[in-house]
Design a protein around this ligand. Sequence first.
Ligand code: HEM
Length: 213
Amino acid sequence: MAVSGLFLLGFVVAHLAGNLCIFGGQDLLNSYAQHLEDLEPLLWVARVVLLMLVVLHITTAVQLTLENRKARPVPYHKKENAQTTYAARTMAMSGVIVLAYIVYHLLHFTFKVTHPAISHGIDPHGHRDVYAMVVLSFRDPRVALFYVFAMALLSLHLSHGFKSLFQSLGFNNEKLEPKLAAAARALALLIFIGYSSIPLSVLLGFVKPAGGL
Ligand code: HEM
């Protein structure tokens, strides 16, 4: 679980770095997307590995949950949650919502099913106009706010995930725990701010379509 989570986290950080190119304008984002596409055979290897990691992450999560239930078949009469956090208690819920978000996200930007009218543009350099697709999508407040909501849940999921990751890798003891927990929260918050800044900047008019309207 920890190892698949670590690699998925690597993707989340790399994808964020790529998406932040939007603040550099249409040419930068579109040429970044074009560079990725030019790596074609390698890109497919990365996609297959990513999919396998997601499947592994979900199956180990289900296995762990079932093992925990088997270890305690009779529910607690009164459940005390003193040693846990909201993020830890809601991992399954936030995980399922993040998964639902990823399915929507792929239909949106990769398969271009949800917004076909704005998803097939070509920019003046002949590149796919990913910039226009993203900016025009986030001008709809429902789409932009849904993304911010999903990023908040992703961040909640990651804040506990990071903490568990340190624990699984053995970097945990009583002295270190509060520091690692704070580092985990800070990293998750940075990822939330980075991703949410994109839909919010479009919605607030800081990032505009290339024509400037
Ligand atoms: C504001 C937030 C986000 C934006 C603007 C964004 C943007 C995009 C765009 C434009 C694409 C299509 C790229 C292309 O066709 O060249 C894409 C693909 C993708 N995104 Fe995101 N993304 C965001 C958040 C996320 C998050 C949080 C995840 C995962 C947790 C994610 C996972 C993916 C995946 C798996 C793909 C498919 C990659 C591929 O086909 O190679 N995205 N995203």
